[in-house]
Ligand binder design. Structure first.
Ligand SMILES: C[S@@+](CC[C@H](N)C(=O)[O-])C[C@H]1O[C@@H](n2cnc3c(N)ncnc32)[C@H](O)[C@@H]1O
Length: 260
């Protein structure tokens, strides 16, 4: 190629390439505390994300949904554990950012993101729900969560579910094991309890239960005696209680109690 031709090509292509580089949009950078529809964006510290997924015992058999998924870190971490995971996020820029983050992490096939309002999203198919929202939002979601399949696991960073006390709490901040040196370092875990309130006629006797979330009280009429129930509890479909000094355990399926 003649020198003249090379010079001519360079003269045309260099300004073009320069102009294209100038036009490339800057990568979207979220800022902590930025407005969100119902909650601002603050990321969960990675060590807390890990703990939340540990508490929920996430495996490849799970379908994890993060309500308000931010930069996608919880969804991506769950996908790295082999689970199918979906983030629901209202901010479209955050959705695109999460998709890029999932691709970079090599889990773009298992980690998906939708641009949607979490209050208008059907999350009933999830086996694990993760959240870092606000106490009043958790309370608005609570009836829907309590209607999910018994045994569904729920984890929240820091914010509670009102009178539905957590089944387990892990404090990773200064007040706990100190492994988290940022803000928002408490992982809370619940298991959706099966509904068992009412009277159950069993081979062992008649069980009458009152239920407040996972806590049970009531009586057990057995061998001609009516015994008060202590330490009554549901853990998903598993039931346990004490009556007359004896420990009882069993399962509840379709509202039917079966004691071992
Ligand atoms: C505190 S951040 C938590 C982000 C992420 N789950 C985490 O733990 O790192 C809450 C996120 O919820 C999003 N959000 C707020 N209101 C929402 C709504 N109604 N529907 C979906 N996302 C929402 C915000 O944009 C923000 O990204």
């Amino acid at each position: 190629m003649s020198r003249l031709l090379i010079a001519a090509l360079l003269a045309v292509s260099t300004p073009l390439a320069f102009a294209q580089a100038q036009k490339a949009p800057a990568a979207y950078e979220p800022s902590v505390g930025q407005e969100g529809k119902d909650v601002v964006w603050v990321p969960t510290p990675q060590i807390v994300v890990d703990k939340m997924l540990d508490l929920a015992k996430v495996t490849k058999d799970d379908f994890v949904m993060d309500l308000g998924s931010g930069d996608g870190r919880t969804v991506i971490t769950a996908a790295k554990r082999g689970a199918r995971a979906m983030g629901v996020e209202y901010n479209p820029d955050m959705v695109e950012l999460s998709k890029r983050n999932a691709q970079k992490a090599g889990v773009g096939d298992r980690a998906t993101f939708v641009k949607a309002d979490l209050f208008e999203t059907d999350f009933s198919k999830a086996t694990v729900i993760t959240m870092f929202l606000l106490p009043d939002i958790n309370l608005r979601l609570r009836p829907k969560i309590l209607d999910m399949k018994p045994g569904t696991r729920v984890v929240s960073n820091t914010f509670t579910m009102g009178e539905w006390k957590a089944d387990e709490t892990a404090e990773l901040g200064a007040g706990g094991n100190g492994s988290c040196n940022e803000s928002w370092c408490t992982a809370l875990f619940w298991i959706v309890p099966a509904k068992v309130a009412g009277t159950h006629k069993l081979p062992q006797g008649e069980l009458t239960l009152k239920q407040e979330f996972q806590m049970l009280s009531g009586t057990f009429r057995t061998e001609g005696k009516t015994l008060a129930i202590a330490n009554g509890r549901m853990r998903g479909e598993e039931i346990s209680f004490k009556a007359g000094g004896k420990d009882y355990r069993g399962r509840v399926s379709n509202g039917k109690v079966e004691l071992k």
